[in-house]
Ligand binder design. Sequence first.
Ligand SMILES: NC(=O)c1ccc[n+]([C@@H]2O[C@H](COP(=O)([O-])OP(=O)(O)OC[C@H]3O[C@@H](n4cnc5c(N)ncnc54)[C@H](OP(=O)(O)O)[C@@H]3O)[C@@H](O)[C@H]2O)c1
Length: 259
Amino acid sequence: MNLDNNTILITGGTSGFGLELTKRFIALGNQVIITGRNQAKLDEVKKQIPQVHTIKNDVGNAASIIELYEKVTTQFPKLNFLINNAGEMRKMSLHDTSIGLDDINREIAINLSGPIRMVQQFLPHLKKQLNPAILNVSSGIAYVPSPYSPIYSASKAGLHFYTVSLRVQLQKTKIKVFELVAPAASTPLNDQFVNVDGFNPKLLATPEKIIDATIKGLKKDSYEIAPGFGRILRIMSRLAPKLILKEMSKVGANIYSQP
Ligand SMILES: NC(=O)c1ccc[n+]([C@@H]2O[C@H](COP(=O)([O-])OP(=O)(O)OC[C@H]3O[C@@H](n4cnc5c(N)ncnc54)[C@H](OP(=O)(O)O)[C@@H]3O)[C@@H](O)[C@H]2O)c1
């Protein structure tokens, strides 16, 4: 796809992949709008990158998505590229009885229901644009679960399947549907894992490297972009699923393995 002169909405643009995408797209001559729940983080990005437009918004909530749609399509009627990037990942023992039923599925609300609702809300608008596209940020963990983040893994597996179906359903439209099968990277999302038993921080890629590959993939219309370890997890899930699950299960096993 063309990577200049787009109007791009990136959910979760205040750190990690979202922030890196923002920098690249602005440098390439696009108009970029980012969201996030934390106003201070949005203000900080605006200070660093004055061209960016920021909107405080929670993608985990349906009413908030409708509000976002109204604001964005009024202020930026040429919006043609939706990037569903916002995400949360918690380490979690399913033996922990302090996690309430309202909270247990938080990653599903943000990482899976969020993109599904965003697409549903923005689709009629995107259909009318030139060079329309959607990029959903899934994960290598969509292919092999990370048992210490069980709800996150379920959300990303769901997002992968949803994205495949979306691409098929939109094949007679102009909308290009991309998926970034991202590997583990050194972003704030992984800060909580640094001292977890079995987690190897040396395996973390830099967000810059992942977004380099993403930009190349978008340019080439490569619909499933799977850089580095994301690709390895995808291959291993087919070639040696038990072996790779055993490896992934080592992270935090001393905490979640209980009789
Ligand atoms: N880093 C990795 O290892 C890795 C690997 C594979 C896939 N991914 C995926 O990549 C995406 C970006 O993650 P990252 O690593 O860049 O993490 P990050 O640095 O923690 O960034 C997450 C961004 O999402 C925003 N966000 C979180 N919940 C939100 C919500 N409910 N509504 C709106 N914005 C929200 C955060 O801002 P606020 O907290 O202020 O809302 C922040 O801007 C996520 O979907 C993640 O699952 C990451």
